[in-house]
Write a protein that binds this ligand. Structure first.
Ligand code: NDP
Length: 246
């Protein structure tokens, strides 16, 4: 895949799916910006990639904060001169049944997962438009498509990302900026580590491939969507879920 020297920002790339995406992009020759809220974990991931012969640059940022999102973009352009790919991956869960879900749990998830995407896209749009090229890949979830009891906040945020992706794809297509979404199913990361054994067994039962996905499973598709080979694909949502939703 053609990603040599492309400049890619991956939000929430200090662990889990985002880290796997950053590593996969680097493996295909891209230069990546590692980001997350924690300065130390950002520095640690950057060090590992650079020690292994890749090119990574760290910019700590909280995607909930529009000023942080602007900094993420301006510092990337200062460092590399352009942005080819923006992967909006940062996301959280604050699960609860609707009767128990606090306003804080609702707001925190919407602010991070949905407003976070808006903040980063809004900050990067001018650079992409000036360049007359770019890729935006938003990480949604199968939960945004099928819903899930106990996750109204998360499902709403992820369904919101799908609407945002399609609208943005239409808005930016004239400037050759391609916008797609990737919807992982049940991926083995810190986010899913807290599930009880019985919940895990129940979920496995609903996955035709009978295994959890890995970050690398998601990263392969993201790398393809970032590459020159995917230049006629925009406004789409792709599931990476072992056949969970079909
Ligand atoms: P993890 O909890 O393992 O990692 C989340 C990453 O996002 C971390 O790097 C974290 O770093 C960062 N992050 C969290 N909040 C913010 C914020 N406000 N600003 C910037 N960075 C932030 O999650 P996963 O890897 O499992 O999930 C990654 C994405 O994939 C999420 O959008 C999630 O919704 C989605 N997804 C995951 C699935 C799964 O089964 N795991 C399934 C479907 C979708 P820090 O906390 O240091 O800021």
């Amino acid at each position: 895949m053609h990603l040599k020297d492309k400049v890619a920002i991956v939000t929430g790339s200090t662990r889990g799916i985002g880290k796997a995406i950053a590593e996969e992009l680097v493996a295909h020759g891209a230069q990546v910006v590692i980001s997350g809220r924690n300065v130390n974990t950002v520095a640690a991931v950057v060090e590992t990639i650079n020690n292994n012969g890749g090119t990574a640059f760290g910019i700590p940022a909280d995607v909930r904060d529009s000023e942080d999102a602007k900094k993420l973009i301006t510092k990337t352009v200062e460092q590399f001169g352009r942005i080819d790919v923006l992967v909006n991956n940062a996301g959280i869960t604050r699960d609860n049944l609707i009767m128990r879900m606090s306003e804080e749990e609702w707001d925190e998830v919407i602010q991070t997962n949905l407003k976070g995407v808006y903040n980063c896209v809004r900050a990067a749009a001018k650079t992409f438009m000036k360049q007359r090229q770019g890729r935006i890949i938003n990480i949604t979830s199968v939960v945004g498509i099928m819903g899930n009891a106990g996750q109204v906040n998360y499902a709403a945020s992820k369904a919101g990302i799908i609407g945002l992706t399609k609208s943005l794809a239409r808005e930016l297509s004239a400037r050759n900026i391609l916008v797609n979404a990737v919807a992982p199913g049940f991926i083995d990361t810190d986010m899913t580590a807290e599930l009880s054994e019985s919940a895990r067994a129940g979920l496995l039962n609903s996955i035709p491939l009978k295994r959890l996905g890995t970050g690398k499973d998601v990263a392969g598709l993201v790398s393809f969507l970032a590459s020159d080979e995917a230049s006629y694909i925009t406004g789409q949502v792709f599931n990476v879920d072992g056949g969970m939703v079909m």
